[in-house]
Every structure is written in structure tokens, then in C-alpha cells.
Design a protein around this ligand. Structure first.
Ligand SMILES: [Zn+2]
Length: 447
């Protein structure tokens, strides 16, 4: 935890605000919004009731039975475009047997708030919610509308969440000039340095699930069979070829800026030292994910009976593509790599998505974030970056909105392991810091 000193002090009673944020988060964590099945409406109503209690205009949209979006707005004077703070209400399911604390109890133990969603991303939602409550109570005269939007279904591609909102209420997004959501944060353990580094995600990788289908000639399991007739053997060869495929390090505009920013403060070699950078990337799985398309075989299916040579065998490959690459282009690369016409390569699930788009970082919001963080946290470094997983930001970036993944707190490696892991927690210190800095970002951007 770095020292920080947000300038909102003196205006806000932060002690009271911290107590309130903790109580709100604990209650929020007690609402089980595991997706599947994703019955998030009670979460939307819980957050909405807190906003309504302050007289903030709040709307609910049902996207499917039991699933709702809550959308609240504090109007500004209209001289600037809206600022949207967005988050998701759903969480991934838990394997309760592997948790040492209850996952839906909101317990605070030793300065840690435990529960599924503490970091991903109910804790961030509370930081955002508190910014609206405080802005309202202080009667801030905003130049921009300040919007709070909590959506379901982020963990399952967002069809009933942000994707739904874009499709059914595009007018609510047309007036948004900037958005902040999940995807980046501060870290105190970057590449062995204890200097706090804050990553503002301006782009992300794109999910591309491929299905390999090998077709062979069926036959009796008792008779020697030409290897190329056995679909399982063909599929195994194909998988092996993919697993051994070395893909080049690829820079995107966001990762170039990331390296440049870190090089300036000595945390990365300069970009001209390509070999050194490539050596660092080779040693780190998260860096490899940032600098190349990745693939992992995740599902296999073959065979109907112990004594029948399978006519068809299939595998699913979870691929994640860098921004700027197309899904079809990648499918063609995989086909070329396999070089085997008996193995078909198709999209596993028809995901109705655009190719990934990067948001610019030369913006007023980015400069505000940079100023707030570097003034509040001693020695802080701020750099644009890329999220290696998927977030709802992709929907907004595709609409041309600078949508940033950023939670203004300093997550430890242990806290990060809570993303989809066991014993997920957020420290009280991080919740407090996140509330103060989110409010300060809002104050500076909207006043
Ligand atoms: Zn999330």
C-alpha cells in the first residue's frame, strides 16, 4: 500500500465515507450473483435503492427474467459530455470447498473484506457509487452528467448486460464522452520493483474460440487401421502442432506506449533494446499474453465406443487475439499452421462481436487520472496498458468512446489472485483509497 493524499480532504468527511463504503460493500457481497445462473436483479435494486435514497434519478432495465441493469444519472449543466462509471453486478461461481471463509458473507477479517466479487468487481462498484453519493451530497455543480451504470452478465460475454444496453438503448451511450470500468489498477509488485505502477487499460484482447474437427474413416477397433484414417490421431497431431507453435512478439500502439512509459522510469529497457525486451517477455506469462496471440486447448471430444475407430474428433481452442487482429485472419493463420485439410477449423461459438478496438490515451480523462494518481501516491508511475482478459469496455470502445479499465487502488499479487480464484478479498485500505481517488477523478473531470 503506497502513501496517498487525495485533495478531497477537508471537503468530504472521509472517515464517515470509509465506514459507509465498507458497510455497503459487505451487504453487496452478501447478494449471490453467481453467473451462471446470473440472477442479478436484486444487486441492481440494492445499488439503485442507495442512489434513489439521495434523490438521484435511477432507471432499471430488465434484460432477461431476473436480470436487470441499473442506470443512474446526476445531471450536469450540459457544457461537456457525460462521464460514465460502469461496473458489472455478476460474479463467477465459487468452488466453496476451496474457500477458507464463506464466499457470500461479506466478512471483514484483519483489514480484508472477503467475498466473491470483492475485487471483480463489487469493490470497484462501491468506489464508483460512493463518488455519486458524495457528489450529490456536496451539491457539486457538474459540467458533465455523471452516470453510474451496473450491468449483469459481464462474465458470460455481456449479451444480457452491456451488449444489451448498446443494442436497446444506444441513446444512453451516445452522450457519453468518457467511461471508466474494470481492466487496470495499481500494483506495487511490478517486475520486482516496489515503486507503485498504475495501469490504465485502453485496449484489451479479444476472445476467439476455435473448434477443430478431424474427420476420419470409422472401423472396427480390432483391426490395424491406417493412422490417417483415425480422427483421434489426426486431431492429436493438430493439437501438437498448435502447442509447439512459436508466435512472434507483436507490439500494438498501446503496448509500445506502455514500454516507453516504463522505460522512462527505468522499469523496462527502451524499445530499441528489442532483444532484452523479448527475453523479459519470454520469461513472463502475463507479458507473453500482452505481446502475442495466445491459445490453449480447453476441450476434447472423441469416440462413441471402446471398439469403434472414431469417425470424428473435436477440440476447442481458447484463443485471445491482440487488438488490431481479425478473428477470420487468425482462423486462416491456424489453418495454415495445421496444414492438414482433414482438420476443419471453425468458430466454436458464433460470438456477435466486432474486432478489438483500442481507445486513445491522449485524452482529458487520461490526464486527469495521471494527475490525481501521481499527486496522491508518492513515486507513482502511470502507463496506458492492455487488459489480457475481456471486459465490457470493448462494447464502448467499438462505439468510439474512450473507455478505460481503471480502479484507482494498489492491488497486491495476493489480491489479484482473487480474480476468479478462491478466498477473493479487497483490503479496507484499497477500498478507502479507491473511494477517495475515484471521487477526485470525478471532481476534476466534471467540475
Ligand atoms: Zn470483472
Amino acid at each position: 500500500m503506497g502513501r496517498y493524499d487525495a485533495p478531497g480532504h477537508g471537503v468530504v468527511d472521509w472517515k464517515a465515507a470509509h465506514r459507509e463504503a465498507l458497510a455497503v460493500l459487505q451487504s453487496y457481497l452478501r447478494i449471490d450473483t453467481s453467473n451462471p445462473p446470473g440472477q442479478e436483479a436484486p444487486a441492481a435494486r440494492y445499488l439503485g435503492a442507495l442512489l434513489e435514497a439521495e434523490g438521484i434519478e435511477t432507471r432499471y432495465f430488465e434484460t432477461a427474467p431476473g436480470r436487470e441493469i441499473v442506470y443512474a444519472r446526476i445531471p450536469g449543466d450540459g457544457s461537456k459530455g457525460a462521464f460514465m462509471l460502469a461496473n458489472h453486478t455478476d460474479v463467477v461461481p465459487v468452488e466453496a470447498a476451496y474457500w477458507t471463509v464463506p464466499a457470500f458473507d461479506g466478512q471483514e477479517v484483519g483489514g480484508r473484506i472477503y467475498g466473491r466479487g470483492a475485487v471483480d468487481m463489487k469493490g470497484v462498484a462501491v468506489m464508483q457509487l460512493m463518488a455519486l453519493l458524495l457528489a450529490r451530497r456536496l451539491g457539486l455543480r457538474l459540467k458533465r452528467d455523471l452516470v453510474f451504470c451496473a450491468v449483469p452478465d459481464e462474465e458470460a460475454l455481456g449479451r444480457y448486460g452491456m451488449g444489451w444496453l448498446c443494442e436497446h438503448h444506444p441513446e444512453l451511450l451516445d452522450e457519453v464522452e468518457f467511461e471508466m470500468n474494470e481492466g487496470g489498477s495499481g500494483t506495487s509488485e511490478f517486475q520486482g520493483t516496489d515503486r507503485p505502477v498504475f495501469f490504465v487499460a485502453t485496449s484489451e484482447k479479444q476472445v476467439c474460440w476455435l473448434r477443430l474437427t478431424a474427420v476420419g474413416v470409422p472401423g472396427h477397433g480390432s483391426i490395424p487401421h491406417p493412422l490417417e484414417h483415425n480422427s483421434a490421431v489426426r486431431l492429436a497431431r493438430a493439437i501438437q502442432r498448435l502447442a509447439e507453435w512459436e508466435r512472434p512478439v507483436t507490439f500494438t500502439p498501446a503496448t509500445e506506449a506502455w514500454v516507453d512509459q516504463l522505460a522512462q522510469v527505468g522499469l523496462m529497457p527502451p524499445r530499441t533494446h528489442r532483444a532484452e525486451i523479448e527475453a523479459m517477455i519470454a520469461e513472463s506469462a502475463p507479458l507473453r499474453a500482452m505481446f502475442s496471440n495466445t491459445l490453449n486447448v480447453t476441450m476434447l471430444a472423441s469416440g462413441i465406443k471402446a471398439n469403434v475407430i472414431p469417425a470424428e474428433s473435436t477440440a476447442v481452442v481458447d484463443c485471445r487475439l491482440l487488438p488490431g487482429q481479425s478473428r477470420e485472419g487468425w482462423r486462416q493463420q491456424v489453418i495454415a499452421r495445421l496444414d492438414d485439410p482433414t482438420v476443419q477449423v471453425s468458430f466454436h461459438e458464433q460470438i456477435d462481436e466486432v474486432d478489438p478496438v483500442s481507445a486513445p490515451w491522449d485524452t482529458e480523462l487520461y490526464r486527469v487520472i495521471e494527475a490525481v494518481v501521481t499527486e496522491a501516491v508518492e513515486g507513482a508511475v502511470v502507463a496506458p496498458s492492455m487488459t489480457i482478459g475481456g471486459t465490457d469496455n470493448r462494447f464502448l470502445r467499438a462505439r468510439g468512446i474512450p473507455a478505460y479499465g481503471f480502479a484507482p487502488c494498489i492491488l497486491s499479487l495476493e489480491e489479484r489472485s482473487g480474480f476468479h480464484g478462491n478466498d477473493e478479498f479487497l483490503t479496507v485500505d484499497n477500498l478507502n483509497m479507491g473511494c477517495e481517488l475515484t471521487f477526485e477523478i470525478v471532481r476534476r473531470l466534471c467540475l
